[in-house]
Design a binder for this molecule. Structure first.
Ligand SMILES: *Cc1c(COP(=O)(O)O)cnc(C)c1O
Length: 355
């Protein structure tokens, strides 16, 4: 593991007075963690420094060819004031998998984890206290070679920034309406759908914008070849419940393997549900919903944890799931998973890493 140097910020910012209006990713803490990579030298110069702008050459490769990957996880404050992370090593391992596909260097995961733990300890007062709030952690890696020739960069930067974020649900779980995207696709077989790369988001913004203007909060992506099989929703994986059976699309290379998805699959079994991975035909989903066989649908992801789907729309068709409200499975999974994350419930899976 690399040695991590620390330069303290002599001009700390004012912390937000009202934790009720934090929003998402608008405020950043006083410090950040950085380390650099160079071919032949490996990762080096692990350091915590005051939060601030990078000096970046306009010909840096990331700005032109988009080698950029990131992660998203949270630090939670327990009722006793202590802080804890949820499966952080899994996020860093996923980042290394993203890196490999993007022809970027695998992370020094040990130094990255130690760096982000030290960073959070230093900025611990920024972890909000109010119910449902947390400190969002954003590890990122970008290519730093200067020049416009297309090749794998020899220099990279890894950094971690922290942002106090408000409660995703201020008044309990809230169902969303989702538009099934039938024109654009997010990812294809053999592509980069399974990576958390910036380009996947760039490619999805237009569809999200169009859906929002139609009054939907997110887009449900279908497979990029037949545009028929369910992949995922916005930045969430998708799950469907048939009575006590929970089904989610099988990981196929174009779906992002969510940590929340994996956690829900394991937790569901523990709670007595059946959990399955399968290929899900969107037309069957609609037929099952209309016939009342499909009783619930919900998204899973770090931001919302569980997001119940009230309405699914595709072209001119619209179906209501269950009674359009919050299903009992979604509610139970949400309560149990957030209970573990905030330390209200015991962690039987070894998912929690106290700071
Ligand atoms: C991050 C992400 C998810 C959810 O992953 P979690 O690890 O559960 O937060 C799902 N889909 C996409 C496209 C994502 O980028």
């Amino acid at each position: 593991m690399l040695n991590i140097s620390v330069t303290r910020n002599d001009h700390p910012k004012q912390k937000p007075a009202d934790e009720g209006v934090l929003g998402f990713g608008r405020l950043f803490t006083d410090h950040m963690f950085l380390m650099d990579y160079e071919e032949g030298r490996g990762w080096h110069d692990a350091r915590i420094v005051p939060y601030g702008c990078f000096d970046i050459d306009p010909a840096a490769m990331v700005l032109h060819y988009g080698q950029a990957i990131f992660e998203g996880m949270k630090c939670y404050r327990r009722a006793d004031g202590g802080l804890q992370l949820f499966r952080p090593a899994d996020n860093l391992a996923r980042m290394s998998r993203s890196a490999k596909r993007m022809c970027m260097p695998e992370l020094d995961e040990e130094t990255a984890l130690e760096g982000l733990r030290q960073l959070i300890r230093l900025d611990a007062d920024w972890v909000p206290h109010r119910d449902g709030t947390s400190l969002y952690i954003r590890p990122t890696m970008i290519s730093m070679d200067v020049g416009l020739g297309v090749h794998a960069s020899k220099k990279y930067r890894f950094f971690v920034i922290l942002s106090p974020v408000g409660a995703y649900y201020k008044e309990g779980l809230k169902p969303v309406s989702i538009y099934v995207e039938d024109e654009f696709v997010r990812a294809v077989r053999g592509g980069v759908g399974f990576t958390k790369c910036a380009g996947n988001y760039a490619a999805s913004i237009l569809a999200g914008d169009v859906a929002e203007k139609k009054g939907f909060s997110q887009v449900l992506w279908l497979d990029g070849v037949e545009q028929r099989y369910v992949e995922e929703v916005g930045s969430m994986n998708m799950m469907f419940a048939y009575g006590d059976r929970i089904v989610t699309p099988r990981l196929n290379g174009s779906i992002l393997p969510g940590i929340t998805r994996d956690s829900v699959l394991k937790l569901a079994v523990k709670l007595g549900y059946k959990a399955e991975e399968a290929r899900l035909d969107v037309h069957e989903i609609f037929a099952d919903a209309k016939a009342g066989r499909l009783t619930e649908a919900f998204g899973t992801g770090t931001a919302a944890v569980i997001s119940p789907v009230g309405v699914l729309a595709m072209k001119d068709e619209k179906v209501t799931l269950g009674d359009g409200g919050i299903g009992p499975i979604a509610q139970r999974l949400y309560d149990t998973l957030t209970g573990i994350q905030y330390g209200r419930l015991p962690d039987e899976f070894g998912w929690i890493l106290p700071l």
